[in-house]
Design a protein around this ligand. Sequence first.
Ligand code: GLA
Ligand code: ZN
Length: 642
Amino acid sequence: MPGLQDVTRGRLLYGGDYNPEQWPPHVWPDDVRLMREAGVNLVTVGVFSWAALQPAPDRFTFDWLDTVLGLLHDGGIGVALATPTASPPPWLGHRHPDTLPEGPDGIRRLYGSRNQYCPCAPAYRRAALAITEAVAARYAHHPALRLWHIGNEYGTACHCGHCAERFRGWLRGRYGDLDGLNAAWGTAVWSQRYGDWAEVLPPRRVQYVINPSQDLDYQRFCDAMLLECFTAERDAVRAHNPAVPVTTNFMDFYRHTDGWRWAAAEDLVSLDTYPDPNDPLAAMRAAMSKDLMRSLGGGRPWLLAEQSPGAASWRPVATPIRPGLNRLWSMQAVARGADGVLHFQWRASRQGAERGHGAMLPHAGADSRVHREIRALGAELAGLSEVVGATVPSDVAFVLDWDAWRAVELEHQPHDGFRYTDRVLEYYAPLWRDNVTCDFAPADGPLSRYRLVVVPNLYQVGPAAAANLAGYVTAGGTLVVGPFSGVTDPDERVYTGGWPGPWQDLLGVRVEEHWPLPDGELLDVVSDTLGDFTATMWAEWTVSRGADPVATVRGGPLHDRPVVLRNGHGAGTAWYVATLPSPDAMRRLLRRICAEAGVAPVLPDLPPDVEAVRRGGLLFLLHHDTGKVEIRREGNRDPAPD
Ligand code: GLA
Ligand code: ZN
C-alpha cells in the first residue's frame, strides 16, 4: 500500500496550497522560482479548480494545468493534486438545482460561495465523478504527481429529498424493518410511530425538540454519505494509478466526520489547523489535534496540510501570528509526528472571500517579514531529514469516540454547556503541561500497550467498547473514566439500574442521579490525599460499591457523596471522576494516577510553557512564551541526543 513515505522520499515536505488559476500565466514561473528559493517541495494544486478545468458541462480546459504542472516539475516541486469536487461551478447548480444542499429549514443554499452540494444528489455524484475521472485520466502518471488530495474538508450537510430517500435506505440496512426502526428510535414517545417508510424524514425544522435517536442517526448517515463521496473519488483515481497515495484533509476535532472510519479509508492522514493566536490555550489545543492525527494513522507519520503563516481571514478578529510562531507551530507538528508542513496558501489572493488571509508570499511580496520567515523555515526543515518516518512513543491513550461525542451533545441533555472536546481538554491539559505524550485510541481498539487509558467521557457506550475497556483493566491496565459516562446504548436508550451502565463492577460505583450545577456554583470537595478542591458544572449522586472514595463532596444536597473513586479490578485499577475538578486538582489527580501507573514525562520539571516531545532520536523542546528560558541537563546524556 502506498503511504506518506512515497511522498516524502526521505525529506520533510514543505509548501502550501497553490491556486495558479487566480493569477495570469506570467506570474507562474515567478512562483516556481520563489518556491524553490523558499525550499518548497510540495504544493497542493486544483482544490477549487473545477470551473477552470470544466467551464461548461461538455468542455474541459486542461492546458493551463498542463503548463503549471510542467513548470512545477521542471522546478523539482512535487504536486498534491486535488479532485476539485468541494466547490462545483455555477453551471451545475443552475442546471441541476437539486444538487444544491437544503438546510433543515428546507431552504436551498445557492452558489456564490463554496461547498454547495448535496452528497446524495445523483447529478452531483455523476458530475463529481466525471471531473475526477477526467483529472485522473490526464494526470495519474504525471511525473510531478506525488499525492491525491480528494475533495476538501468534508463536512457539508443536507436535508433534501434525495437525502431523505438515501436515509431511508440506510435505516433499512441498520434496522431491517419499520418495527426495528420504531423500537430503536423509541417512537412510542410522543406518538411518533412510523407506519410507512415514506413517512420517515431527515431531522428538519420541527415544532419542538427532535427525536434524539433520529438526530443521532442522521449525523451518522451524513457522515456515511460524505465518506461514500470520498471513497468513490478515491477509487476512481486509484484505478488509474494505484501507486499514488490518497488523502483528504481533516479539521482538528470535527464532530461531523468520524476520524477512525475516514482514516481507515485513506493512505495517509492530513490535517488543516488554524490555532488562534489570541487563545492562551492555542499551543495545547494544537498539540492535541496533532496527537489525534498521528493516532488516526495508527502512529504513522501524517501531513500538516494547512496552517496560516499570517492571519486566518474567517476569524472575527484576524490577528496575524507573531514572528517565530509559524516556526514554533511547525516544529510542534514535526515533533508530534508530521512528515510535512504545508500552508494555506502559497500566494495571497487579491480577490475573493480569502483576500485577507495570510500566505507564504503575502500581499507585501517576497521582501517581507512573513516571507523571510518562510524561507528560513524551509531551510531549517530541509536539515531535519533524520526525523522523517520516525515514531513518537507514548504510554497514555485517550479514548475518543464519535458516537459518544455526538450523543452527549444532543438536545435536552442535563447541561447544554457540556461539550465533549472540553472534557477531553480538561484531561489532556495537565498531561500536556507535565510533558506526558498522549495518543488517542478508539474505544474498541487494542489498548494493552498503554500504561494508562483516559476516558474523559463515554456517555454512550456499546457492549464491545464496554468489554474492551473492562478487559484492559482486568489484564492490569489503569483506567480513568470521567463523568456522565455509560449512560446510553448505541440506540440512545438509557441504561437502567444505575450508571455507568455496563461498568458498575469495573468502577466499583453506582450512580443514581446526574446532578448538573448552575453556572457559577462551586462544589466543595474534600480529599485527604489530593487536598481539598472545588469543582464545577457537574456532580453525581454516587454510591460506592467497593471503590475507595478518594474525594467527597462537603455540604449541600450531595454531602458525603464520593466524586473521585479508585477501584482495584482484576490485575488493574479503575478510577471514576464524577465531577469537573479545578485545573489544579486535575493536575494533582493525574500526577498521582501517572505515578501509580508508571507513566513518566518526557522530561520532568521543565519551566512552564516549555513543551517536550521525543520523536525518534530527537528531543524537541518548544517554548511557547516569549523571552528566554534556560534548561540544563546534567549527568549521562540519554540515548536520544538533542
Ligand atoms: C480551509 C480550506 C482552505 C482555506 C482555509 C482558510 O482550511 O481548506 O481552502 O479556505 O480554510 O483558512
Ligand atoms: Zn441532499
